[in-house]
Design a protein around this ligand. Structure first.
Ligand code: AHR
Length: 527
C-alpha cells in the first residue's frame, strides 16, 4: 500500500495514529521519512477574473480567539529539545528555549493543549511534580519513548505564563482513574487546605493555576489509544470523570472527545450534552498533489459542518439552550513523516508552500464557521508536525508559521459572509482556486481580506465589491509566497517562503485586486 493511500484512508477515517496501530508495524521500512515524488494535477488554463462581494450587513458572528491555539505533546522533540532544553545556552534559567519562546510569541498563540495526544492516555501526572531529580523515568507506550518527567504540570503552567496563553489539559481516560483527573483539577485550581492543593503550594506555587479548559480523553475511539472504548463505554465514563472534576472546580470548561463520524459523535453528545462545553474534532490532511491537498481542505470544512449538524440535532432534541461548541484541538498537514522509534525524526514534517496555503485555508474555514468552532489547536508547536523547528543551535520558521502569524496579527474579530466566485480545480467544481475569509472589528472600522490563491501558476485578478464600508484607497498588503508550491524553509535555506509587506492601492467600494499565483494575501483596509 502506498504511504499516501494509508494517510488518506486512515487519517480521514480513523485519525492519524491509526496508521501506527493498524497498518505500519514498528521497525517497518515505511517508517522512514523520504519524500515521494510530486504528482501535481495539470494546471487549468488561465482562469477568468474572480469576484468577491462583501456586505457589512451580512455578519457571520464573533471569532473566538481560542481558534488560534496550539498543542504540545510529549512526543519526539516537541517538549524535550523543542520548548524545553535544560543546560542549553539558548535556554533561560527555567530551561525554556528563549529563541523558541520568541518565535511562539510571534504567532500570538491563545490557548495551549498538553500533554497529548496519545501520550495523555498513559500519562500519570503525579509522576511529573515535585523535585525533578526524584521524578520517576517511565516508558511511554504511546510513542515508545523514555519519559524523564522533568517537564510536568508546573513546568507547563510556567511555560503558559511566560507566553500569556491559556493552558488546556487533556486528562488520561485510558489508563487513568477518575480520581486522578479530579486530583489534577485540585492540584491546579484548588485553594482548599487539602492534600493536592497543599502539594502545589509546597512545590512553590501558592496561587491556583486556574486551568479553565480540560479535555475528557484523547481519540478514545481508536484502537491505537491506550484504553480505547466504544461510544457507549466512553460517554458513560466521561460523564463520571467530568462530574468528579466539576465537583472540585465547578467553573472548568469540559471538552468531550469527538470522533471521526456521526456514529460516535451522536451517542456521545446525547449522553454528555448537559456536561460538556465543547466536543473535539481532529483533522490531519496533506498530499503532494495540489488539487488533492485542497480537496482535503474542502473535506475539512465539510467535517466541521457535519459535526455542527449533529450538535444542532442534539440541541433540538434536548431543548438545551447553551450550544456545545467545536474544539478542533488537533489540525494540521501530516502525511510524510512517521513514527520512527529511537531516532530524532519523530513526526518531523518539512512543510512546503502548498502546506502553508492549506493552513491559511484552514484558518479561513474557522472564520467562516466561527459560530460553531470556538477553539482550535494546531498540532503541534515545535519540531513535531510544527511551524517551528529547533536544533541545538537555533531555529527555523517553517512555511506554515507565516499564515498563523499573519492571521493573528491582522484579522478582525467578527467574520463577514463573503460571496466568492472563482474558477475551480479541473474536475473539482467544489474546490475553487481562491479561498477567502473577510473579517471586521467591533465598530466596523476595518475590513481584512485573507485570500489564498491556490492556483499553481496563475495570478488571479478579483473584482471586489463592498457594501456598507468605504475603504481607504491604499494600505498594507502582506503576502506569503515563494518560488513554487514545493518551496520549503530549512536550516540550509531558511527564507524561501516568508511573509512580505507590500502595498495595495486604488481600492474603493468597487475595485480590482490581483492575487499572485500560489500565495496568501492578507489586506487590512481602514475606513
Ligand atoms: O499529534 C500527533 C498525534 O495525532 C496525537 O498524539 C494523536 O492525538 C493524533 O492521532
Amino acid at each position: 500500500m502506498k504511504r499516501k493511500d494509508i494517510a488518506r484512508r486512515d487519517l480521514l477515517k480513523n485519525g492519524a495514529a491509526a496508521i501506527f496501530a493498524t497498518t505500519v508495524p514498528l521497525g517497518s521500512p515505511l517508517l522512514g521519512w523520504a519524500l515521494p515524488t510530486r504528482q501535481d494535477a495539470a494546471a487549468a488554463p488561465a482562469p477568468a477574473t474572480a469576484k468577491i462581494k462583501i456586505d457589512f450587513d451580512r455578519k457571520i458572528g464573533a471569532i473566538d480567539r481560542n481558534i488560534y491555539g496550539n498543542f504540545t505533546e510529549h512526543l519526539g522533540r516537541c517538549i524535550y529539545g523543542g520548548i524545553y532544553e535544560e543546560g542549553s545556552s539558548l535556554s533561560d534559567s527555567d530551561g525554556f528555549r528563549k529563541d523558541v519562546l520568541d518565535a511562539v510569541r510571534g504567532m500570538h498563540v491563545s490557548v495551549l493543549r498538553w500533554p497529548g495526544g496519545n501520550f495523555s492516555s498513559g500519562y500519570n501526572w503525579k509522576d511529573g511534580i515535585g523535585p525533578k531529580d526524584a521524578r520517576p523515568r517511565r516508558w511511554d507506550t504511546a510513542w515508545q519513548e523514555e519519559e524523564s518527567n522533568r517537564f510536568g504540570t508546573d513546568e507547563f503552567i510556567e511555560y503558559c505564563r511566560k507566553l500569556g496563553v491559556e493552558p488546556y489539559i487533556c486528562v488520561n481516560m485510558g489508563t487513568g482513574a477518575m480520581q486522578d483527573a479530579a486530583d489534577w483539577v485540585e492540584y491546579c485550581n484548588a485553594t482548599t487546605d487539602t492534600y493536592w492543593a497543599n502539594l502545589r503550594k509546597k512545590n512553590g506555587h501558592p496561587e491556583p493555576y486556574n486551568v479553565k479548559y480540560w479535555a475528557l480523553g484523547n481519540e478514545v475511539y481508536g484502537s491505537w489509544q491506550a484504553g480505547h472504548k466504544d461510544a457507549a463505554a466512553y460517554s458513560a465514563d466521561a460523564l463520571e470523570f467530568g462530574k468528579m472534576m466539576r465537583w472540585v472546580d465547578p467553573s472548568i470548561k469540559l471538552v468531550a472527545c469527538g470522533g471521526p463520524g456521526v456514529d460516535w459523535n451522536l451517542p456521545v453528545l446525547e449522553k454528555l450534552v448537559d456536561l460538556v462545553d465543547y466536543i473535539s474534532l481532529h483533522h490531519y490532511g496533506g498530499s503532494l498533489d495540489t488539487a488533492k491537498e485542497f480537496t482535503d481542505a474542502h473535506e475539512f470544512e465539510n467535517q466541521i459542518r457535519i459535526l455542527d449538524a449533529v450538535i444542532t440535532a442534539i440541541m433540538s432534541r434536548t431543548g438545551k439552550k447553551q450550544r456545545v461548541a467545536i474544539a478542533v484541538d488537533e489540525w494540521n498537514i501530516w502525511f510524510r513523516s512517521w513514527f520512527h522509534r529511537g531516532d530524532n525524526h519523530m513526526l518531523e514534517e518539512v512543510y512546503n508552500l502548498r502546506d502553508a496555503l492549506w493552513v491559511a485555508s484552514g484558518l479561513n474555514t474557522f472564520h467562516r464557521n466561527c459560530q460553531a468552532v470556538k477553539l482550535a489547536d494546531v498540532a503541534q508547536l515545535v519540531n513535531v508536525i510544527a511551524p517551528i523547528m529547533s536544533s541545538p543551535t537555533g531555529i527555523v520558521l517553517q512555511t506554515t508559521y507565516y499564515p498563523l502569524k499573519l492571521y493573528t496579527e491582522h484579522c478582525g474579530n467578527v467574520a463577514l459572509d463573503a460571496l466568492v466566485r472563482s474558477d475551480a480545480f479541473p474536475a473539482l467544481p467544489e474546490v475553487p482556486y481562491l479561498d477567502v475569509s473577510a473579517t471586521t472589528n467591533d465598530g466596523n472600522q476595518s475590513l481584512t481580506l485573507a485570500v489564498v490563491n491556490r492556483h499553481p501558476t496563475v495570478d488571479i485578478a478579483a473584482d471586489i465589491a463592498i457594501e456598507g464600508f468605504t475603504p481607504q484607497s491604499s494600505g498594507d498588503l502582506y503576502e506569503i509566497n515563494g518560488p513554487s508550491l514545493d518551496a520549503t524553509n530549512t536550516f540550509a535555506a531558511p527564507n524561501q517562503v516568508t511573509a512580505k509587506r507590500k502595498t495595495y492601492s486604488g481600492a474603493g467600494r468597487v475595485f480590482r485586486q490581483s492575487f499572485a499565483a500560489h500565495s496568501v494575501s492578507v489586506i487590512t483596509m481602514r475606513a
